[in-house]
Design a protein around this ligand. Structure first.
Ligand code: FES
Ligand code: FES
Length: 162
């Protein structure tokens, strides 16, 4: 395979292409080639979840995914969730519950939780905890994030979310 390869994929609903090296991660491609910096670089080793994106409907640590493996796939980042009512409800609930402190983990948490609500619209505490078990937060102690996810799910289900 040549050192630089052009790949084509869908990013936040828009078809696009990028020229990437064989060792570039999807996270590096998003941040440094595409210029979307909402997805955060935490550990770079699959341990923290700060880099969570959705690939073909599944949440993925983008630091562990080669950019080359994004070819032909559908990627959604935190920027692509701006108009998603589930993500909007989550963002409001995170603020209301004090689930955002330094904010570094928040994009990954919201991406992970949005994907949870897409498949499990009204998660309970246990389901919310399971969903974010791969996402580390050094600030909040997690319960506020869990409360926010449960609350957002209830509000979306009740139609009282934005
Ligand atoms: S930066 Fe990807 S899991 Fe930490
Ligand atoms: S709010 Fe600081 S790491 Fe989660």
């Amino acid at each position: 395979m040549p050192f630089n390869t052009e790949i084509r994929f869908t990013l936040n609903g828009v078809p696009r292409s990028a020229t990437v090296g064989a060792d570039l991660s999807a996270l590096e491609m998003l941040r440094e080639v595409v210029g979307l910096t909402g997805t955060k670089y935490g550990c770079g080793e699959g341990e923290c979840g700060a880099c969570t994106i959705i690939v073909d409907g599944r949440s993925v640590n983008s630091c562990l995914l080669f950019a080359l493996d994004c070819d032909g796939r559908e990627l959604t980042t935190i920027e692509g969730l701006a108009g998603d009512p589930r993500a909007q409800a989550l963002q409001q609930a995170f603020v209301a519950h004090g689930a955002v402190q330094c904010g570094f983990c928040t994009p990954g948490m919201v991406v992970q939780a949005t994907n949870l609500l897409a498949t499990h619209p009204q998660p309970d505490d246990a389901a919310a905890k399971r969903a974010i078990e791969g996402n580390l937060c050094r600030c909040t102690g997690y319960q506020k994030i869990v409360d926010a996810i449960v609350d957002a799910g209830q509000k979306v289900a009740a139609g009282s979310a934005p």
